[in-house]
Design a protein around this ligand. Sequence first.
Ligand code: SAM
Ligand code: SF4
Length: 438
Amino acid sequence: MVNHNMTGPDRHRIRDILDRSLRLQTLNMSEVSSLLALSDRDLWDEVFHAARRVKEKVYGRRIVLFAPLYLSNECSNDCLYCGFRTGNSDARRKTLSAAEAVEEAALLAGRGYRRLLLVAGEHPKRAGIDYIEKTVGAIYRETDIRILHVNAAPMSVEDFRRLRASGVGVYQCFQETYHLPSYRSYHRHGAKADYDGRLHAMDRAIEGGFEDVGMGVLLGLYDWRWDVAALIAHCRRLIGKYGFGPHTLSVPRLQPAPGARADLERYRVTGEDLKKIVAIYRLSLPYVGVVISTREPAGLRDELLALGASQISAGSKTSPRGYLNDGDTEQFEIGDSRSLEEVIGKIAGLGMIPSLCTACYREGRSGARFRELAEEAVIGNFCHENAILSLTEYVRECANPEVREQLKRLLNEEVAKSRNGLAEKIQRIESGTRDVHI
Ligand code: SAM
Ligand code: SF4
């Protein structure tokens, strides 16, 4: 698919490709291949610059923050790279009760989070759809969390319908690797050994009512250029079939994990590679949100924000009960242990606007409506103002004195630049109204 031996594509071709991305057009596979084959350092700087401009054109300067909440580390699969695999006999296993999940979610809400990603191993009996549905309902009823997304094993269309009806925003699932021989070698047992079943998970989710799906490959299982091209081809297939592609793409990079048996070196993805991958996703599918997790070290995450990422997790734990105490067996090691507050301060310091917004889901601006607004390049206006409003609520309710002063300065500058009407909304938040958004 990708020709590694070709001499780098010429300057004109790359600039034409960047120009198409800057006009917010989806790239074709030949253009994606040219970006993947690029080696010229100066041209890469142009690519990075274009990726940032495309991100700002679509989403403005806002960066959305969230945290994962691990519901269960019980799993019937044996993915060789994961700490939750059945083969990890030392693992301390745990599935949170709905009450424990509520307790963790409430703790996170108290820190300022409004959006969580629920994560679970594949255990149809303990962590199947009945359990997830009940837990989602309890978190919405009993905490200030306003939107829940889910990363869990693929389901039947019927179960996806129930998941969607429970109020979940995005269903996320990674193909891990599209390279069939590699996929088979990492997934020898359990339901996940069914490559085709996983490949069609997004079709079933969409049929079950999810217009917003999140996709990705686990970088480091196979040649990243090959897998990135295959993932983009998969997205293009969905666009061709349904008229829309994924809502988000994630860039999970293989990390050391307790009891794992994956070779971390053979297909190692460097920090420099990861920057290229984020930029290529951003340019190939301009409307897609690009999500960075705390798998990555702090310095690299800050750089990735400038290259087209639009969402970032912060203050994460990767084990059930990880927020309440030390937790049970974690899935993999965390690279960035900064708190939500520290990451918010850093984003503001980089000239971007930290956002805890969940407005689009509450206003029905998801799926087709979201894409229409993104295509008209007006979603950025909503995002910008809602970022300011959500940050105002954060400053009022959660921020400690140090970061509060920094954020107040940022908010004052942004409100002074904004259109009329925002100041009135800010006033309402200051006097205690919550969840003010447009
Ligand atoms: N069990 C479900 C599944 O496998 O799809 C969902 C949850 S699983 C915990 C979420 C993702 O974690 C997996 O899709 C995989 O890409 C990622 N993951 C697993 N082990 C990892 C590791 N050692 N380093 C980084 N990411 C990992
Ligand atoms: Fe289970 Fe998912 Fe880990 Fe595989 S990646 S062992 S399915 S939790």
